[in-house]
Design a protein. Structure first.
Length: 116
C-alpha cells in the first residue's frame, strides 16, 4: 500500500485548497476511503469518507458544507475540495482506507495552514 498526498499549503481564512491523494498497491476501487487530519497535540480524526463506488459520502460536523470528497477509480485518486477554510482547519491531512481500523501504511501527509 502506498498513499501520496499533495496540494496543501498556506492559505488565508476564507480561502480554498484542493488536496489530492494517489493510491497504489491495493484494489483501490474495492475500498471506501477517507481523509483524516491531525493537528499538533491532537488525535488523528476522520474528516470525510467516500464509499468504494463514490456514491455515498460522509463528513465530520466541523467541515460539513465546506469540504467535498470525491474519487476517480480509473486513476486511483481521491480528492478533498476545501472551501471557506478556517484557522481550526490547520493540520496535516492524510488519506487512507476507511474506516480508520483498516488504515495502514500512512503516507507523509500534506500540511494545511490557515492563517493571516
Amino acid at each position: 500500500v502506498q498513499l501520496v498526498e499533495s496540494g496543501g499549503g498556506l492559505v488565508q481564512p476564507g480561502g480554498s485548497l484542493r488536496l489530492s491523494c494517489a493510491a497504489s498497491g491495493f484494489t483501490f476501487s474495492s475500498y471506501a476511503m477517507s481523509w483524516y487530519r491531525q493537528a499538533p497535540g491532537r488525535e488523528r480524526d476522520m474528516v470525510a469518507r467516500i464509499s468504494s463506488g463514490g456514491g455515498s459520502t460522509n463528513y465530520a460536523d466541523s467541515v460539513k458544507g465546506r469540504f467535498t470528497i470525491s474519487r476517480d477509480n480509473a486513476k486511483n485518486m481521491v480528492y478533498l475540495q476545501m472551501n471557506s477554510l478556517k484557522p481550526e482547519d490547520t493540520a496535516v491531512y492524510y488519506c487512507n482506507k476507511a474506516p480508520i481500523q483498516w488504515a495502514a501504511n500512512w503516507g507523509q501527509g500534506t500540511q494545511v495552514t490557515v492563517s493571516t
